[in-house]
Design a protein. Structure first.
Length: 453
């Protein structure tokens, strides 16, 4: 009989990736969670993973191993059952560390860009037959699985700075033993775990210091916070940026169809292109290009693979066009910093208005994060706050209060509690040359599909 693994919190993007991998390994896989949202729920269903909402000990069966996600508090009935019956259990990062990390461990880390860079680098290494083990918290059309082990010498892992578990507050990326580190960008996030910017940067300093002397760090030196943490490095550091770095990305040209740019290194110039939007796409590609080059891959092969890479779902993913001609995008941006980056890029591409529907994650609903909202939505012509998905967290604000916070520096922010009212407004107000972007952790309760209908 196949071994049985159960995931408490299976609808997390990383947890679902591991669930599908363990099914590929031949295990019986089950899972539970508070709620289920596309595209993760759809992905689980497509792979015939058995899951259910809520916490029901009688539905768990008798698993050989339980993976405990951050959703499982000390009073979670399934977790209590696991502890009382001494069922073997691990956290999500522990499962990765025990099964996917290779001797040559590449970790992609940063407040933003880490999912895309991890998936892109894994795809490039696969295309050139280096066959990495990998894991990233998203769904890509370019790779059949979001976690796999193809048998090579390298692992490429998304290094999440969020806590390991409810009881273990250290960042997940400390479990992955990096020999190579790709740093994309750092801006204070997750105020529920890191109450100050200093505490947030300290976690990244420790990560940088973990990379051994014979390892390698590739870092986006345009980021002020990366400049602050790089002195902690023991390993060699290769920098990239728009100016004054080892590798320079420049001549960025954006349209609705993608981005083209050049990378220069000591007199050599390389022309690259991608179908994905955003100047941050050029930054992400530059980091991947350098890391792959340093691993010995020919630049021409890297450029070919990058051009084929189709990106990640819910990363500035174009979902369609309304009857009135406005383009609709979907992005997982759930913090003011991430939202600002998305809005800046859309404003550079679209001559009309930018409408944003924004729902922050739990940490960005806490009072510590409120100052971060100032002036971060200046490139949105309208900021629309929907009814926020209920999260039982002390001190977490509701949609009306969040709107008041954003309104301090943005004159066109408003709260629309009723989903139908919001959908009807988006069907009629935005016109051709306008863009609508949904940004947040959840699936917006089918509103995107309703607007497109």
């Amino acid at each position: 009989m196949n071994k049985h693994i159960h995931f408490i919190g299976i609808c997390g993007v990383g947890m679902s990736a591991l669930a599908i991998l363990w099914q590929k390994k031949g295990w019986k896989v089950t899972g539970s969670d508070v709620g289920f949202y596309p595209p993760v729920s759809t992905h689980l269903t497509e792979h015939q993973i058995s899951y259910y909402p809520g916490w029901h000990v009688e539905k768990m069966g008798t698993p050989d191993l339980v993976v405990v996600g951050n959703v499982a508090g000390s009073n979670n009935p399934e977790l209590q059952h696991v502890l009382q019956n001494k069922i073997p259990h691990v956290s999500y990062p522990e499962l990765i560390a025990q099964n996917l990390i290779k001797e040559k461990s590449i970790v992609c880390a940063g407040t933003y860009g880490k999912t895309t860079t991890t998936a892109m680098l894994a795809f490039v290494l696969k295309e050139v037959n280096l066959d990495p083990a990998y894991m990233f918290g998203g769904i890509s059309a370019s790779l059949p699985l979001s976690a796999d082990d193809l048998g090579g010498d390298y692992s490429v892992i998304e290094g999440d700075e969020y806590k390991t578990s409810r009881d273990d507050l250290k960042a997940k990326f400390f479990s992955y033993r990096p020999t190579h580190l790709l740093l994309t960008g750092i801006k204070w996030d997750h105020a529920d775990v890191y109450p100050t910017e200093e505490s947030y940067l300290e976690a990244f300093k420790k990560l940088v210091a973990m990379v051994p002397k014979d390892g390698l760090i590739v870092a986006n030196i345009d980021e002020e916070n990366i400049k602050k943490i790089i002195p902690a490095a023991k390993a060699p550091v290769i920098t990239y940026g728009y100016r004054h770095s080892n590798y320079i990305y420049d001549d960025i040209y954006q349209t609705k169809n993608g981005v083209e740019f050049t990378i220069e290194n000591f007199g050599k110039a390389y022309n690259l292109s991608s179908s994905k939007l955003g100047d941050f796409t050029a930054k992400n590609i530059c980091g991947v290009f350098i890391m792959a080059t340093e691993l010995g891959v020919e630049p021409t092969r890297i450029i070919e693979a990058i051009k084929k890479f189709q990106g990640i779902k819910r990363r500035l993913e174009k979902r369609g066009t309304t009857v009135n001609g406005a383009d609709i995008y979907d992005d997982i941006a759930h913090s003011p910093a991430k939202a600002e980056a998305i809005l800046n890029n859309l404003k550079n591409i679209y001559p009309g208005k930018i409408y944003t529907i924004f729902e922050p994650n739990t940490g960005n609903r806490q009072s510590e994060a409120f100052p971060e909202y100032d002036n971060h939505f200046s490139n949105a012509d309208e900021v629309l706050i929907p009814r926020l998905t209920t999260v039982k967290t002390p001190g977490s604000v509701d949609g009306q209060k969040l709107t008041e916070i954003i309104s301090k520096t943005h004159s066109h922010a408003r709260y629309i509690e009723n989903d139908d009212d919001l959908v009807n407004y988006l069907k009629t107000a935005p016109l051709s040359n306008d863009a609508i972007v949904f940004m947040g952790s959840h699936s917006f309760r089918g509103m995107i599909e309703s607007v497109l209908k």
